[in-house]
Each structure stands twice: as structure tokens, then as C-alpha cells.
Design a protein around this ligand. Structure first.
Ligand code: CTP
Length: 397
């Protein structure tokens, strides 16, 4: 629910602006108060009249409208909101934000405020992938701007790939996560999730069956309690949580680097199924069949990310939670693992194929801590996540 929350919605000039009309409806259905700002380019795609009708509010379009200044100055306009949402956030608008330009109403509002900002980018796939845009995204993320999307898909320009604006309900979920008031408000929680892919050559890799479902559920549950979640994910089947900072990686080595860059945090949860080994000297060319026999792969050990963080002398999160995926002697193995790695809690589960847990929607876990072993009944991964998030909130309150 967003009852009583004030959202300043900046609508940029992109074809996805039509979805922002539905976004206004969805936000208002949930009780939010939406004040719309249309950029000049935005008015080419949706009319101020339809935006005003749907939002039930005056639409702000021009920095130098003196009546607006008399009613509500642009500084006050941005500061009176609980959240600023930029949807669609065009490449141009994001470049202005990253550089601190203030040459129209939207960019001035964004510069004149310390209100949290959520952006839903929408642009052509090449524009999204361009080094300049990627630099701007990195700058904005460093500045604390939260991203939702873009999604992959067919685009209005006829190309395919990342660049489509998130659907309105996805943006609403991100808004709800960002505005969640709860016991974890102001706490930073780092989560690793999904499998890692360890390359053999440019087209082959070693992976595992982790879908990323449990990690995503945890991200959503923690964000719903108000946490600022940083979600470091390998190539998962399940979409990442909404309204959290997502850092996508492929290999264990990259995951470690992303985790180190994301620290410090109050809590760190390691739900990723990290490959224990990588192929040593992975080929930069595709391996070919040869008359001389089969290729031989040699392995090198990957860094243990959980153990690294749990054993930090400086800047260790106050609560470090690991997972233990076991196929036998679950409790004994997980208890030993907790000791060996130095984490506070281990969430142990039996991933034998007959349990259907890896890749499935349910989980049966035991929580191993200083207090001993606590067995939870089998339940949905969403419920495991909610229960665990609640426990975490109680532990660090
Ligand atoms: N983990 C990690 N980095 C690794 C391996 C594992 O961060 N290189 C983390 C996982 O995210 C999980 C925990 O360590 O939280 C245990 O993972 P698991 O695969 O069960 O254990 P392993 O360390 O691989 O031990 P083993 O192979 O003996 O089961």
C-alpha cells in the first residue's frame, strides 16, 4: 500500500511514456498522491491533459512558469515528495542527471533535492549499451539512484534486447519496496544469489542448477521490511527483486569483486550457489574436436566469498548468513560448515534431486546458529524468505 505517499513522477520523452499513464493509475489505486512533471519531449508522446486527468493533479511542464513559482516553487515541488520516480528515464535525462545539468524543470528538480530517486529507463538497446550511458548508470548508482529495469524484449524501434521500460506493476513494486517502512529501514543488506558460470571457452561454461528463486524471495522480503538491498546475482532463471540495487555478474571471481565493492553492509546473506572451481586457463577460442584425443580441463579453486566476508577483521557485517546445500548428513555438514566459514547463521537445506528443492518453488530449511539447530517445516521459498527476513530484523534491531 502507498496510502498517503507523495510521488513526484517525471515523464521523459520516449515512446514508453504511454505506459506512465497506466503507472499513474496503478499508483493512485494504491493510495499514492501523484504529482506529474512532463518534460518538453514528454509532451510529444502524451498530452498534459491526459496526464492531468489521470493524476487528478496539475501537470508541471515549464521551469519558467511564473504562476507555478507563485503556487509552488520548483525547489519545494521536489522536496515535498517522498520519492521521485523518473519513468521513462531516457538516455538524455539520465545523462543530465549524472552530470548535474539543470536546464529544464525536470533536471532542475532532480538537482535541487535530496529526496530518493527511482528511475525506470527506456531506450533503444544500442543507446542502453553505449559506453556513455553505462558510465552515467554507474555514476547514478553511486549517487544512490535506484533502477527498475529495463527489461529485455522487442522494442518499438524493431530491435531486440535490454531497453524496454519495466511494466507499470513492476515499477509499482519497486516504489513500494523503496518506500517500505519497517524494522529494517536504514539498514543495508547485501545478498548474493543464483549460480555462477565459469567459462571453459567463449561458448561453453560450467554451471549448476540454482534458479536464484530463494535469493530473489529474500531480496523482496527484506526490501518489504524497509532494508536497502544490494543484490549481487549470477545468471539466474528468476528475475531479480524489484526496487533494489542489482549487480549482475557471471563468475565467482566477479561475484567476490562485486561483494567487496558493495561493502560495508549491516547484514550479508550468501544465497548464491557459487562454483567451487573454475577452469584454469579458460581458452579464449572455441575448443575444437581433434584427432589427438579429448581435451583435458584443469581446475583452480574459486575464492570462498562467504568465508572471506565472515572472517573480515575490519568492516565485517554484524550478521553474516550462509546457506548450505547438502545432499546427505545435512545437519552435521552444515554445522561443520558454519564453524569452518565463520558465519553467524547457516540456512541448511537438502538439495538431493528427490526433494525437488533446487530449481523448485519450495524449501525445507534448518537454521543453525549459536542457539543450536531449528528445523522449519517445508514451505514456499517466499515464506522461508519472509520468516528469515523477520528473524534478521529481530536479530539486528
Ligand atoms: N559460498 C561462497 N563462495 C564459494 C562457495 C560457497 O560464498 N566459493 C557460500 C554459498 O553462497 C553458501 C555457502 O558458502 O552460502 C555454502 O555453500 P555450499 O556450496 O553449500 O558449500 P561449499 O563451500 O561449496 O562446501 P562443500 O562443497 O563442501 O559443500
Amino acid at each position: 500500500m502507498l496510502r498517503g505517499k507523495r510521488i513526484l513522477l517525471i515523464i521523459g520523452g520516449g515512446i514508453a511514456a504511454f505506459k506512465s499513464l497506466d503507472l499513474i493509475r496503478r499508483l493512485r489505486e494504491r493510495g499514492a498522491d501523484v504529482t506529474p512533471v512532463l518534460t518538453k519531449a514528454g509532451t510529444e508522446f502524451v498530452t498534459p491533459l491526459s496526464v492531468a486527468a489521470l493524476s487528478g493533479s496539475k501537470v508541471y511542464t515549464d521551469l519558467f512558469d511564473l504562476t507555478d513559482e507563485a503556487e509552488m516553487g520548483h525547489i519545494q515541488l521536489s522536496r515535498s515528495a517522498d520519492l521521485i520516480v523518473v519513468a521513462p528515464a531516457t538516455a538524455d535525462l539520465m545523462a543530465k542527471m549524472a552530470q548535474g545539468f539543470a536546464n529544464d524543470l525536470a533536471s532542475t528538480l532532480l538537482l535541487a533535492t535530496d529526496t530518493p530517486v527511482l528511475v525506470a529507463p527506456a531506450m533503444n538497446v544500442r543507446m542502453w549499451q553505449h559506453a556513455a550511458t553505462q558510465r552515467n548508470i554507474a555514476t547514478l548508482k553511486d549517487d544512490g539512484v535506484v533502477f527498475v529495469g529495463p527489461n529485455d524484449g522487442d522494442m518499438a524501434c524493431g530491435e531486440f534486447g535490454p531497453g524496454r521500460m519495466s511494466e507499470p506493476l513492476g515499477i509499482v513494486a519497486a516504489v513500494e519496496a523503496k518506500l517500505a517502512d519497517g524494522p529494517l529501514k536504514g539498514k543495508r543488506v547485501l545478498i548474493t544469489s543464483g549460480p555462477t558460470h565459469e567459462p571453459i571457452d567463449p561458448v561453453r561454461y560450467i554451471a549448476n542448477r540454482s534458479s536464484g528463486a530463494q535469493g530473489t524471495s529474500l531480496g523482496n522480503a527484506l526490501a518489504a521490511l524497509g532494508a536497502d538491498v544490494v543484490f549481487v546475482t549470477g545468471p539466474a532463471d528468476v528475475a531479480p527483486p524489484s526496487g533494489v540495487e542489482v549487480i549482475a555478474v557471471q563468475t565467482a571471481q566477479q561475484m567476490l569483486e562485486a561483494v567487496q565493492a558493495a561493502l560495508p553492509s549491516d547484514v550479508a546473506i550468501f544465497a548464491a550457489a557459487v562454483a567451487d572451481w573454475r577452469v584454469e586457463g579458460a581458452s579464449d577460442r572455441k575448443l575444437k574436436k581433434s584427432k589427438d584425443g579429448l581435451p583435458t580441463l584443469s581446475f583452480a579453486e574459486n575464492p570462498d566469498i562467504l568465508a572471506h566476508v565472515a572472517q573480515l577483521k575490519k568492516g565485517r557485517p554484524s550478521l553474516v548468513v550462509g546457506f548450505a546445500a547438502e545432499t546427505n548428513d545435512v545437519e552435521a555438514n552444515a554445522t561443520a560448515k558454519r564453524k569452518r566459514k565463520g558465519c553467524d547463521w547457516i540456512v541448511a537445506n537438502d538439495v538431493s534431486p528427490e526433494t525437488g528443492i533446487m530449481g523448485g518453488s519450495e524449501n525445507a530449511v534448518s537454521i543453525i546458529s549459536d542457539a543450536g539447530v531449528e528445523e522449519w517445516p517445508r514451505m514456499s521459498k517466499d515464506n522461508v524468505a519472509r520468516k528469515l527476513a523477520q528473524r534478521i530484523a529481530e536479530a539486528i534491531a
